[in-house]
Design a protein around this ligand. Structure first.
Ligand code: GLC
Length: 552
């Protein structure tokens, strides 16, 4: 069975996250759209990604950039039509790629017809689709997520004289999952898009579906029960298609979202706590925080898979670190107040790492070898910059930089939805796809190379994970190994990944007596290392060096 047709294809896949508005303008109105995206599918294929994640594409007043859905069964006009969407889905499939889309299950836009009906009167048959209350004093143990803008999760609706509940902006009322009609409607919407050929969903804001007094209203048993129903529905009607959970929680709480064989929940879930620790480890010049969080990460069921990432369309969230670590991260990575947002940092990968090619490559080398399926955020493969002066999280959602022409070749229009980055370091005149594709030493080529090497093996997506820790804690090492299984066959795979988290050369050793006689080969360069005999086996890594060693 091929990577593409396997029922667990998502375990071998590399994902690529696309904000359609920012990717390519095909209609000339200054907004990216599906026609534009269609013209760039060859680019995605060249890069070597396996599955695209499309952020919300539904009609929306865009208070939260489309995470406020006004109509779940259509495409926002700026992006084109359902036919344009279908053309992208088909085009991806023809090129051997899959596609998942965002589904926003917890809340809608206040412009959604359901909410307009619901707020029209207390007697409305839609009243119970949302969470209404006479007071704003219920569920006081639920935290506020958009801390910089909101002071309550309740908003008063003057027309019907009650408060409604919302975990995000007040224009994003929460649906009431105690209502069986709401539960059924979301399953019908899932079918609507599955019928259009998609391969699954990234399910937005999962932990908050139900509310119960005396709890923090996250991860409630009722929420898990509904997710199991959703999974059973998908499994029965759409086998081979996936559900990916966005649950920004500690590993043990996310573990529950995979469910267990026979009572499964999500196929995949993001590993939120790992992400900030990759950045922490670089500044602390120590592997400690990575080791701690991986040791705190429970084993997951055989069909489950983590999704790992460095950056995405939101602020770099610091919800899943200690208060002390958060202060450290803010001081080190967000020295200017404007760089901070809510409990996070609104910056892109390259600027976070001072545009240091060594550190950018190093974090990518980790992204593609740590356990789970990696996700690349659009533009990070060329090291795009950000614009912290744009509102909210818009500074990390600027136009993709394709070439040297005006607006980086993103659009022919004069005015764009947001200006292309235009500064001396990250401006499209300096950083763009054409420039990087002309230079074999570029970040783009490095990432493409890592993906093409990764594709030759299954251990990185499916293998076991075990630390191999040299005494020197500036060095991180781990084993990824896979024995051949019945359907795939082939040789056993065993890799030792070694990285140097510091800006100076580091030397250390490991007891590799179990592998005496073998000469490890760095699969990224094809270079053999010296044969393993005397113990410990010693090695030196250059500043921010990384090796993917195969022991065979
Ligand atoms: C998720 C999205 C974020 C959005 C929020 C509310 O966290 O990633 O962009 O604002 O959900 O839908």
């Amino acid at each position: 069975m091929s990577r593409y047709t396997s029922p667990t294809w998502y375990k071998d896949a590399v994902f690529y996250q696309i904000y359609v508005r920012a990717f390519k303008d095909g209609s000339g109105d200054g907004h990216g759209d599906f026609k534009g995206l269609l013209s760039k599918l060859d680019y995605l294929q060249q890069l070597g990604v396996d599955c695209v994640w499309i952020m919300p594409m539904y009609p929306s007043p865009l208070v939260d950039d489309g995470y406020d859905v006004a109509d779940y069964r259509n495409i926002i006009e700026d992006y084109g039509t359902l036919e344009d969407f279908k053309a992208v889905v088909d085009g991806l499939h023809q090129r051997g790629m899959k596609v998942i889309v965002d589904i926003v299950v917890n809340h809608t836009s206040d412009q959604n017809a359901w909410f307009i009906e619901s707020r029209s009167s207390k007697q409305s048959p839609w009243r119970d689709w949302y969470v209404w209350s006479e007071t704003d004093q219920k569920y006081r143990d639920a935290r506020i997520i958009f801390l910089d803008t909101l002071s309550s999760n309740w908003s008063f609706d003057p027309s019907s004289g009650e408060y409604y509940w919302h975990r995000f902006y007040n224009q994003q009322p929460d649906l009431n999952y105690d209502n069986p009609e709401v539960q059924q409607e979301m399953l019908d919407i899932i079918d609507f898009w599955m019928e259009r050929g998609i391969d699954g969903f990234r399910v937005d804001a999962v932990p908050y579906l139900f509310e119960r007094e005396g709890t923090n209203c996250e991860n409630l048993p009722e929420t898990h029960a509904y997710v199991r129903r959703m999974r059973a529905h998908v499994e029965a009607k759409w086998p081979g298609r996936i559900l990916l959970a966005e649950a920004n929680q500690w590993p043990e709480d996310v573990r529950a979202y995979f469910g267990d064989p026979g009572a499964e929940e999500f196929h995949m879930a993001f590993h939120f706590p790992l992400m900030p620790r990759l950045f922490l480890a670089l500044k602390q010049q120590s592997r400690k925080s990575i080791v701690d969080i991986m040791q705190r990460t429970p084993v997951i069921p055989p069909r489950a898979q983590w999704c790992i990432f460095l950056r995405n369309h939101d602020e770099l969230t610091l919800e899943m670190v200690t208060e002390e670590e958060r202060q450290f991260m803010w001081e080190e990575y967000a020295p200017e107040p404007r760089m901070r947002l809510n409990l996070g940092i609104r910056r892109r990968l390259a600027p976070l790492l001072d545009n240091d090619a060594r550190r950018i490559r190093l974090l990518n080398a980790l992204l593609f070898t740590l356990p789970g399926s990696p996700i690349i955020y659009y533009g990070d493969e060329i090291g795009m910059g950000d614009n912290i002066w744009l509102d909210d999280r818009n500074g990390v959602r600027t136009p993709m930089q394709w070439d040297f022409s005006p607006h980086g070749g993103f659009s022919e229009a004069d005015a764009l939805y947001a200006p292309a980055i235009n500064d001396e370091i990250y401006g499209y005149q300096h950083i763009n796809v054409v420039q990087q594709q002309a230079n074999p030493e570029s970040l783009w080529y490095t990432i493409r190379h890592m993906l093409s090497v990764r594709r030759n093996y299954r251990a990185f997506g499916r293998g076991t994970f075990e630390f191999a820790l040299p005494e020197n804690d500036a060095l991180l090492g781990y084993w990824r190994a896979l024995d051949p299984d019945d359907d795939a066959g082939g040789e056993p795979e065993r890799f030792l990944v070694l990285v140097n988290l510091t800006d100076s050369e580091q030397t250390s050793g490991l007891d590799l007596s179990a592998f005496a006689g073998i000469a490890p080969v760095d699969v990224l360069t094809g270079q053999p290392w010296s044969q393993i005999d005397a113990q410990p086996y010693t090695f030196s890594l250059p500043p921010y060096g990384y090796y993917w060693l195969r022991l065979r």
